[in-house]
Design a binder for this molecule. Sequence first.
Ligand SMILES: [Zn+2]
Length: 66
Amino acid sequence: MPTTPCRSCRSPRPPRMYLCGNCWSQLPAAARRALNRKDSRAIARLRELHTQLDAGVPLSEIQVTP
Ligand SMILES: [Zn+2]
């Protein structure tokens, strides 16, 4: 089964993680905290992350609804 590459840098990323370790560590702490929360809004937050990545927002400036 092919693994999905990192949405930001396209390098291989660990399964169950949204980004590769390198990109994940560049996200603001608040965004990482929000993305780590598994609740009914988790999918919406992931979509926010993807929308910003696709729009070219720098990793350090990504903002996710807490
Ligand atoms: Zn990456």
